[in-house]
Design a protein around this ligand. Structure first.
Ligand code: UD1
Length: 419
């Protein structure tokens, strides 16, 4: 077991490079299962979640090789069609292999994901989509079995909520279906657009990605493709907060500012300066942090994956902020840890009231989930004294070379082995 030890109080300065997007690369790796040919993915971040999905497709029989940040996948012969409990319980996104396997082989069996730290996270919308495409779905012994005779059939599918994972899973399944599929009330996240671009590079016919109506004209076969993964907007947003919370001055490279609009708006509202230029963003922290209110929403609203980091920032504001989490029902676990660092936060259901304090103090805290862990790092960077963060495997799921990148900006952060 490892932990991160941070001595806070240093304003971070310098330039940082953002890695490829975790949430884009996971469905794209899953979609390499749609073809026998080799696919080449560049800009792939080396993260625990990426290792989990690479292990899963290797278990199914795909061949994978790494050359620095380029991953090559060849899934020409697959010996397994099943994702076991060990994979899916480790990472829910393992469920994304269901669409590609069902479309290509007409059958797959995947463990039900079970509980999750940040909420119940059902998969009913994924399964509703597959059923609309003609699959027969049965659940038994903790597994979902999906099968179809012949090809899936294009259909009109309305999502009750614009689920990112369900939109992606259905897009991948529909890519090889017979006829046209329309996903209504689809998720509009940039990662959906990246997946659509990859599928189209493979010879797929996807249009409307990035809007709430995605159309997929099924084709009888797809071919291998090469693709560059888009930059990680959540990683970029986290470093923007690092500049703002430490009163630093950071240039963040390899970002698409358009993807960060709601985060930029909030960083400006708290008083920091944001300058856009080329493929970089510069954030200059202010002397005083102003309070603001946040409501998480599906894209293009404020991302739930940035809520925890903003909570740390607002914990230092001069006044009271309200944070409303509408996407997941249990995503405030980090607030109790922040309170241990001197923050004044009370939570009632989906609302957190954050009364800013002049100073946070180092303490022993634990990462409760990926973004909650990032929030504790940010608080630790701004706190007086030493912060020790345990359970950092959560953080390693989504941030590449985190402490190396922060050290380059002048942070005093070390990874140490627990005694
Ligand atoms: C993805 C992201 C995650 C992000 C989330 C919301 C990946 C790998 N993960 O997760 O980082 O926090 O989007 O932006 O891309 N829901 C249902 N039924 C379903 C599916 C979802 O009710 O079948 C609900 C969930 O419980 C949740 C909401 O929809 O309340 C959003 O979930 P969803 O958009 O599916 O998130 P993920 O794809 O799991």
């Amino acid at each position: 077991m490892e932990k991160l030890v941070i001595r806070g109080g240093v304003p971070l300065t310098g330039t940082i490079h953002v890695s490829g997007a975790k949430n884009a690369v996971l469905p794209i790796i899953a979609s390499t299962l749609l073809v026998e040919d080799t696919c080449l993915l560049a800009g792939v971040p080396r993260l625990a979640d990426v290792n989990t999905i690479v292990d899963l497709i290797s278990y199914l029989g795909a061949e994978t090789t790494w050359d620095r940040d380029t991953l090559t996948v060849t899934a020409n012969t697959l010996c397994n069609r099943e994702a076991p409990y060990e994979c899916v319980s480790k990472m829910r996104a393992s469920f994304l292999i269901m669409g590609p396997l069902l479309a290509r082989f007409g059958q797959t069996r995947i463990s039900l994901p079970g509980g999750c730290n940040i909420g119940t996270r059902p998969i009913d919308l994924h399964l509703k989509g597959f059923a609309c495409l003609g699959a027969e779905i049965t659940k038994e012994s903790g597994y979902v079995d999906a099968r179809v005779r012949g090809r899936l059939k294009g259909a009109r599918i309305y999502l009750d909520f614009p689920s990112v994972g369900a939109t992606e899973n259905i897009m991948m399944a529909a890519a090889l279906a017979d006829g046209v599929t329309h996903i209504e009330n689809a998720a509009e996240e940039p990662e959906i657009v990246d997946l659509a671009n990859f599928l189209n590079g493979m010879g797929g016919k996807v249009s409307g990605a990035g809007t709430n109506l995605v159309a997929i004209e099924g084709v009888s076969s797809l071919k291998g493709a090469a693709h560059n993964i888009i930059p990680d907007r959540v990683e970029a947003g986290t470093y923007m907060v690092a500049a703002a919370i430490t009163g630093g001055d950071i240039r963040i490279e390899n970002v698409i500012a358009e993807h960060l609009k709601p985060v930029i708006a909030k960083i400006e509202e708290i008083g920091a300066k944001v300058q856009n230029g080329g493929d970089g963003i510069r954030v200059i922290g202010a002397d005083k942090i102003q309070p603001t209110n946040i409501q998480t929403l599906p894209y293009p609203g404020f991302p739930t994956d940035m809520q925890a980091q903003l909570t740390s920032l607002l914990a230092r504001a001069e006044g009271t902020s309200l944070i409303v989490e509408t996407v997941f029902e249990n995503r405030f676990m980090h607030t109790e840890e922040l309170v241990r660092m001197g923050a004044d936060i009370s939570v009632n259901g989906r609302v957190a009231v954050v009364k800013g304090v002049p100073q946070l103090y180092g303490a022993k805290v634990k990462a409760t989930d990926l973004r909650g862990g990032a929030a504790l790092i940010l608080a630790g960077l701004a706190a007086r004294g030493e912060t020790e963060i345990s359970l950092i495997h959560h953080i390693d799921r989504g941030y590449e070379s985190l402490e190396y990148k922060l050290c380059e900006l002048g942070a005093d952060i070390k990874r140490v082995k627990n005694a």
